[in-house]
Design a protein around this ligand. Structure first.
Ligand SMILES: [Zn+2]
Ligand SMILES: [Zn+2]
Length: 110
């Protein structure tokens, strides 16, 4: 998401916030984009991946709207500190994208 009140014509790196923990984007911070400007940072993705994929443990109610794909899917969901939810599919997809990006060196938790 974007920091509220910014000039949409002049978005700076630190105006891009993780939708799930509201941390600002910075140099070296891994970030994956979803739909409509939604983003998830590497730290949230690590936590979400661990809960949903490794532990099969949903922390948000199934049927919540996923912030990343904007769908309501009948599967386990992860709840971020901001109250936004991410679905299992998006967490898997985002982890795949981030793990392939050599700039970040992000790895799926094991
Ligand atoms: Zn985050
Ligand atoms: Zn999703």
């Amino acid at each position: 998401m974007h920091r509220p009140g910014i000039d949409p014509e002049n978005v700076r790196m630190e105006d891009v916030l993780c939708d799930f923990c509201a941390a600002p984007w910075a140099e070296g911070v891994p970030l994956v984009e979803g739909h409509r400007g939604a983003v998830v940072c590497g730290t949230c993705l690590t936590n979400a991946y661990r809960a949903l994929v490794l532990e099969s443990r949903g922390t948000a109610s199934p049927g919540e709207e996923c912030r990343l794909c904007l769908e309501r899917r009948n599967e386990i969901m992860w709840l971020g500190a901001t109250g936004a939810s991410a679905c299992l599919r998006c967490v898997r997809q985002s982890a795949g994208v981030l793990a392939k990006d050599p700039d970040y060196g992000w790895k799926r938790p094991v």
